[in-house]
Ligand binder design. Structure first.
Ligand code: TRP
Length: 329
């Protein structure tokens, strides 16, 4: 069985872009892969955070993931920091990573721009991500388009380590989703729906109430035409609504575009579809908020399973690099 691994940063409330662009495919993949899903709290430490808030966000992220359908019987859901090998392998890998390589990472350049207090952790973020992936010998890594460069680095590091020290890591393939991948901000349809957007009126959170969802969709930016059709370049706002409606109902956004004659009815149906998609998710989430002990136990068992796999890969890497004490003579 092939292995899939992906990660999510617990840095904000989970929204429809996370759900439709990522988590939905995680839920599908757990049926046919040995699957590992990691809440990457160590990555969250590289940016500003409040300890109390971070703890809450880690729990929230786990609850949303379980509510959209991750099943601990079918996949391994765990918190990155619970498996110490992530940080340990990061050190090994950072010793074969070029400073210049990391300096070329576009996400680092964007995030450190105009910021005098940029941390080393933000610089080495992609190496930690490589460790996340390589520890599990992942074949397939579902990520958004924005993570492609980090995955390319991961592949380079695996190939470099293997050729320098002997076969150790599997070289992973990225899996960039095509449908539902690009849910855009309702207020600014030129930008991806994002956790870090300051104005949340264009972002639909998985746990938003039905009336909030309705309000946000009603106020979504469209354009000055009145005709409905799917054309993301010319009509980004309307196309995004069609995309959302399509992803919620499983229909094709282009064909949906031909069914509507005005923006009002498109928005109404879109809000209804999103709300019926989210209703069962919210029910499950509420039940889990009332049973945090169960969530904690799932994460504890997940960490145990993850640790089994990670520690065996890490032991091999240790031996390959010549520092395994078991092999001292
Ligand atoms: N860097 C990824 C993001 O910001 C999150 C992530 C961390 C990840 N480790 C990973 C994704 C390993 C896939 C695999 O979205």
């Amino acid at each position: 069985m092939s292995t899939v691994l992906s990660g999510v940063r617990p840095t904000g409330d989970m929204h429809l872009g996370n759900y439709l662009g990522a988590f939905k495919s995680w839920v599908t993949d757990q049926e046919s892969y040995d699957s590992y899903y990691c809440i990457v709290d160590l990555h969250a430490l590289a940016e500003d955070f409040e300890p109390k808030e971070l703890r809450e966000r880690i729990v929230n992220t786990a609850i949303v993931l379980l509510s959209v359908g991750l099943d601990p019987e079918k996949c391994t859901l765990f918190i990155q920091s619970s498996v110490p090998e992530h940080a340990q392998l990061t050190w090994f890998l950072s010793c074969i990573t070029g400073f210049g390589e990391l300096n070329r990472m576009t996400q680092f350049k964007d995030k450190s721009k105009n910021n005098e207090s940029t941390k080393v952790g933000l610089f080495t973020y992609p190496v930690l991500m490589a460790a996340d992936i390589l520890l599990y010998q992942a074949d397939r890594v579902p990520v958004g388009e924005d993570q492609k460069q980090h995955l390319e680095l991961t592949r380079d590091l695996a190939i470099r380590f293997n050729s320098r020290f002997g076969a150790t890591f599997k070289v992973p393939e990225p899996a960039i989703p095509t449908v539902g991948a690009r849910i855009m901000d309702l207020q600014d349809p030129s930008a991806k729906m994002s956790k870090s957007t300051k104005d949340s009126s264009g972002v639909i959170y998985v746990l938003d109430t039905p009336s909030t969802v309705e309000k946000k969709i009603k106020r979504a930016v469209t354009d000055s035409e009145s005709e409905v059709y799917y054309d993301p370049a010319k009509k980004p706002g309307v196309s995004n609504l069609l995309e959302l409606l399509g992803a919620s109902t499983g229909e094709d956004p282009k064909q949906l575009g031909e069914k509507y004659t005005n923006y009002g009815s498109l928005k109404k149906d879109c809000a209804e579809a999103v709300n019926s998609l989210l209703a069962p998710v919210k029910d499950r989430a509420n039940a889990l908020y009332d049973d945090r002990g169960a969530v904690k136990e799932i994460l504890r068992l997940g960490a145990q399973k993850a640790h089994e796999k990670a520690s065996s890969t890490f032991a091999l890497a240790t031996s390959r690099m010549g520092i395994s004490i078991d092999e001292f003579t």
